[in-house]
Structure formats: C-alpha cells, structure tokens
Design a binder for this molecule. Structure first.
Ligand code: ADP
Length: 404
C-alpha cells in the first residue's frame, strides 16, 4: 500500500509518495506557481528497475484543484500509482495547529472548522494547507486524510515555557503563547537519536537544533518537548536566513514611532530582510561562509552572531534539562555546515561538550554522523531530517489506530 504526503502552500504543492511496506519514497515532486500564467511541474520517480527518472514541464496550473489533478495524473501515467485504492491514506503537513491539536488527526468537518479558526495565527500558511486538504478530500473521497501539525510535538511544554509575561487575557481570549514549529523534524531526529544512543526515547534528554532557512532549537526531556525557541510565529528564537529571531520587543515600537513604519512594513523587515541577509547581504549559508573565509567582515559578523545565539540556546536548554545525552544538528545548515556546528560547540568543554574536529568535517548520510570525541559527556550528532517520512508514518499510524 502507499501513503501520499502533501505539503500544500499558497502557490505550490509539494508531494511524496511512500511505499508503506518498506517506507521507500517511490516518487516526489511539486507543482509550483499555482495561479500564474506559467506554472511548473516536477516529478522524480523510481521506475520498475529501481532507477530514478525525472519529468518536468511548465504548463499553467490555475488552482489547487488542477494542481492535485495534475499530481495524480502524472503519478498514474508514469505507472507509480495504479488505482486510487492503492492509497491507504493521505498525510497533509499543517504548520499551525493552534492550542488544541496535540496529535495528528483524521480530517472531518470539525477538524476543518478548527483549522479555519486558527488561520489568524498562521495567515501565510494555513489557507494554502486548507485549499490542498479540501481539494484532495474531494478528489479522493474514499481515502482518509490526516493532518500532521508542525506545532503538535511542542504541545507537551509546560506553561512556564509556553506563556509570555503579558496580560492574561491575551492568552485566554487571543491564544497568544509560544507554540513552536518544525515539530515534525524535532520529533523525527529525536527518535533517530534515541536509536543511535541505543536508549528508549522516553529516557533521552536531548537538545535538537533544526537549522535551515528557518531555524529552531528544542529542549527534550525524557522524549517530550519541554521548551522550544520559536514562539507564536516562526520569527522568535535563533537568528535565521532572513528572520531576526530574538530581540528587544521594543524595537518594533521604536520603528513605528520614530521611522513611521506600519505593521506590514515591520513584518516584512523582520521576516524577510533581517537575519543573515540583514547583516551581510546574503542569506545562503554557503555564501556567508565563503565570504567570511575571504575576510568579509559583515559575513564574519553574521556567522559569529548566528553561532553566538546557538551557544546561548544550548546553555539555556542545558540548564533547563539538568543533564543532556546528546545535541543533534539537522536541517540544511545543521546537516552541512561544519563551521556553524563548530562555532556553536566551541568553548563548551566545561559542560562536557567536546567536538571532534576531524569527525565534524565528515559528511552525514541517513545513518547519522557522530561528531563528538569519545570522552565527550554529551554526544554530538548530525542526523538528516526527513519530515515527509515522519508525516507518512504518523499518517498511517493514525489511520490504523482508528481502525483498531
Ligand atoms: P528550508 O528551511 O527552506 O527547508 P533547508 O533545510 O533546505 O531550508 O536549509 C537551507 C539552508 O541550508 C540554506 O541557508 C543553505 O545555505 C544551507 N546549506 C545547504 N547546503 C549547505 C552547505 N553545504 N553548507 C552550508 N550551508 C548549506
């Protein structure tokens, strides 16, 4: 049987198709520029001989409806998907689940109503997710749809970690609190770390660092998230490609009062013009490292600021957890940038964190890469994330639980 994972945004739908017997990804791709005059469709799939094939075209995709039609037709015409009855379930990634969703759920009218209800908390993401969910439910009425939330893994945080020190009614009436994001990735690498540590997840204390264009850290005690760096939105916490992360909350007030910027302009500045880009003019970490190695002072500063902030979170979460089995690096930067990992761990030997420079220069494959010395009390691991696989597995587990 097969599980289809859809990540439906406002103008694109990314997808992966898994064979659930061995969790091989047998196809993946995207339709992009939905609603524009020229669209884009990409598919990679494993043919009958196990060889990866590619197809691409730039046909217009007027709406999510055509996008889903397109995905199904392409999968069927290349023989990757036969009849729709081959699908056991469809898993949908949803960025924001609001305060109520603690686990993946099968989509029904109540779930859809609740997702509409939390749109104000994720105005850029949830409308696109809803469009994809509604269209795919029409297209596959007989296949259960499951929503898997980026926020769900963080729902185990205690109020001391998730509340903001602002008037209570803002929480009770407006749901303003820390939610956290990238939960699927933090959960996936935490489970993989437990396997690599050869310890049940329920006995593992971990600090997980998801460092991609967006970046977040989580503190995990006995397998459950107790704190995370992103907040009401994915702007808080670590310094990111184009997002500022933590700063004095008075800065937007200052920008409004003294520079006359309105809410949209401030939102754009802090989400899209800040972070690495704001400091050194580029947001691709490869380019930042290249410039820093050539002595570009702004790039050196950007890299230094990023690793300084990572170190602060490691220290804070270490103190929160009391004891740490492992620190895990994942995401495009966490998996690939030896410089960032080295900067984040430098000088932490007194905490029992000792990086092995030679191991850190290696490449991590799916098996994971240990980058700590044999003496290090805290193990350091690079573990490639796989959010789609995690969504597929949680989707099937949710459907099977319901059947039992
Ligand atoms: P997203 O959050 O969009 O999923 P990714 O997890 O793919 O992002 O991470 C993107 C980031 O990973 C970019 O900043 C990119 O520069 C960085 N990255 C990718 N490969 C490397 C590399 N070899 N060295 C350093 N950074 C890298």
């Amino acid at each position: 049987m097969k599980v289809l994972v859809l990540n439906s945004g406002s103008s694109s739908i990314k997808y992966q198709l898994f064979r659930s017997e061995d969790w091989t990804a047998i196809a993946s791709g995207m339709v992009a520029r939905i609603g524009e005059t020229e669209g884009e469709m990409r598919l990679e799939w494993l043919d009958a001989d196990g060889v990866m094939q590619r197809d691409q075209n730039d046909l217009a995709v007027p709406s999510h409806q055509e996008g889903i039609d397109f995905i199904v037709e392409t999968l069927q015409s290349h023989g990757v998907l036969g009849d729709v009855s081959e699908l056991s379930a469809i898993g949908h990634r949803v960025v924001h689940g609001g305060p109520h969703f603690k686990h993946p759920v099968i989509v029904d009218a109540d779930v859809l109503a609740e997702l509409h209800e939390v749109i104000p908390l994720a105005p850029l993401h949830n409308p696109g997710h809803l469009a994809g969910i509604e269209v795919s439910r029409k297209h596959f009425p007989s296949v259960p749809s499951v929503v898997v939330f980026d926020t769900a893994f963080h729902q185990t945080m205690p109020p001391t970690a998730y509340r903001y020190a602002i008037p209570e009614y803002l929480y009770t009436e407006h749901r303003i609190r820390r939610y956290g994001f990238h939960g699927t990735s933090h959960h996936y690498v935490a489970k993989r770390a437990a396997e690599l540590l050869d310890k049940p997840l329920e006995q593992c204390n971990l600090i997980t660092m998801h460092l991609g264009n967006g970046a977040s850290a989580s503190a995990i005690r006995n397998g459950r998230c107790v704190d995370t760096s992103m907040g009401l939105t994915p702007l808080e916490g670590l310094m990111m490609g184009t997002r500022c992360g933590d700063m004095d909350p008075a800065v937007p007030i200052y920008l409004s009062k003294h520079l006359g910027l309105n809410a949209e302009a401030i939102d754009h500045m802090l989400n899209r013009q800040s972070g690495l880009l704001g400091i050194c003019g580029v947001n691709d970490m490869r380019e930042v490292v290249r410039l820093a190695e050539r002595g570009n002072e702004r790039a050196e500063l950007a890299l230094g600021m990023m690793t300084h902030r990572l170190k602060k979170y490691i220290g804070a979460y270490y103190a929160e957890l009391g004891a740490v089995d492992a620190i895990v690096f994942t995401g495009g930067i966490g998996e690939n940038s030896a410089e960032v990992r080295a900067g984040a761990c430098a000088g932490l030997e007194a905490l029992g964190i000792e990086l092995d420079a030679a191991a850190n220069a290696g490449r991590a494959d799916e098996a994971g890469l240990c980058i700590s010395t044999a003496e290090s009390r805290v193990q350091l691991w690079v573990i490639p994330t796989n959010e789609e696989l995690e969504i597929a597995q949680q989707t099937l587990a949710t459907v099977e639980r319901k059947r039992r």
